[in-house]
Design a protein around this ligand. Structure first.
Ligand SMILES: Cc1cc2nc3c(=O)[nH]c(=O)nc-3n(C[C@H](O)[C@H](O)[C@H](O)COP(=O)(O)OP(=O)(O)OC[C@H]3O[C@@H](n4cnc5c(N)ncnc54)[C@H](O)[C@@H]3O)c2cc1C
Length: 285
């Protein structure tokens, strides 16, 4: 099955995009989280959303979820690790699945923290963002894991069942325990290599590894979508939410400051209307 529009991100921008797409009768997949968005849930009190003068993030989230339910839109709880562009469609890697869509709206929110030097250069060549997708490629080998997401420790445990050794660099939260996992209290600084990445440089030294897994909550757009134009942490868009890649649109915090609910929702709507126009120029898949 090839969807008309794949929407990546279930925050206000992605939800808004999905609602308009459904109303415009497009086949869609909405990829994200069951809790919609951590940022949304953390907003204590929202005072500047038109029509809802005094609402908590949690209640706003409940209202968005009710709207999705009302339209029969489900969230597919999967993390996207790459979006590949082909002539007439996109292939989206989510876990071990590849999902096809004629157009894509990227609404993944803004990534906190920069990529490491070398990270984007070696993406897919010794740098991975997904233990489930790529772990088996490193059976019996040594991998380094940079743990910066809530589920990084769990993913590292999964890797420890497959690989020979896991070198674990915790950047937040808990760390995993297993006989073949060594935890380092060191700060990753750079990824180096030749044809492929083979060394993680930290503030205290260098570590050889066959693959460096960088496990963050969100992935820098340049790494996630090869060829997309970016400015720092943001995807470059025009007022129609078009990126430099035909058929790929972006909305919400990922398009730049200001980071605001009303802007995210508005841009999600515009992105879908632009995607609908784009789809009208393409034969139905
Ligand atoms: C504490 C706090 C309070 C705030 N208060 C206000 C306020 O009062 N008023 C206001 O206007 N704004 C406020 N904001 C800002 C507001 O939260 C953001 O502007 C808004 O959430 C942006 O929406 P978004 O959809 O672009 O991104 P997000 O809400 O960040 O949602 C992005 C979604 O994409 C998902 N995602 C990311 N990468 C992937 C991937 N690779 N695969 C699948 N899914 C992915 C994420 O998990 C998340 O679900 C506040 C923010 C914070 C943190």
């Amino acid at each position: 099955m090839r969807y008309d529009i794949a929407i990546i991100g279930s925050g206000p921008a992605g939800v808004s995009a999905a609602i308009t797409a459904k109303i415009r009768n497009k086949s869609i997949i909405l990829l994200g989280n069951k809790n919609l968005s951590d940022k949304l849930m953390k907003a204590h009190m929202i005072e500047n959303y038109p029509g809802l003068p005094h609402i908590t993030g949690e209640d706003f989230g409940k209202a968005l979820q009710a709207h999705l339910d009302n339209l029969g839109i489900e969230i597919t709880e999967k993390k996207v690790s790459a979006i590949y562009t082909f002539d007439d469609y996109f292939s989206i890697q989510a876990g071990t699945d590849f999902i096809e869509a004629t157009s894509v709206i990227y609404a993944g929110g803004v990534v906190q923290g920069k990529s490491l030097p070398g990270e984007e250069q070696f993406m897919g060549r010794g740098v991975s963002y997904c233990a489930t997708c790529d772990g088996t490629l490193y059976r019996g080998k040594t991998v380094a894991v940079i743990g910066a997401s809530d589920d990084a420790a769990e993913e590292a445990l999964y890797l420890s069942e497959i690989v020979d050794k896991v070198l674990y660099f915790p950047l937040n939260g808990s760390h995993p325990e297993a006989d073949n996992i060594t935890v380092y209290d060191e700060k990753p600084k750079e990824i180096k290599g030749g044809m492929k990445a083979d060394t993680l440089v930290t503030d205290k030294g260098e570590h050889s590894a066959d693959c460096i897994f960088v496990l963050r909550d969100a992935i820098a757009p340049g790494s996630l979508i090869p060829g997309v134009a970016t400015e720092g942490a943001h995807i470059t868009v025009n007022l129609q939410m078009e990126t430099n890649l035909p058929g790929l649109f972006a909305a919400g915090d990922i398009t730049g400051l200001p980071y605001q609910f009303a802007k995210a929702v508005g841009q999600g709507n515009v992105a879908t209307l632009s995607a609908v126009k784009y789809l009208a120029t393409k034969p139905k898949a």
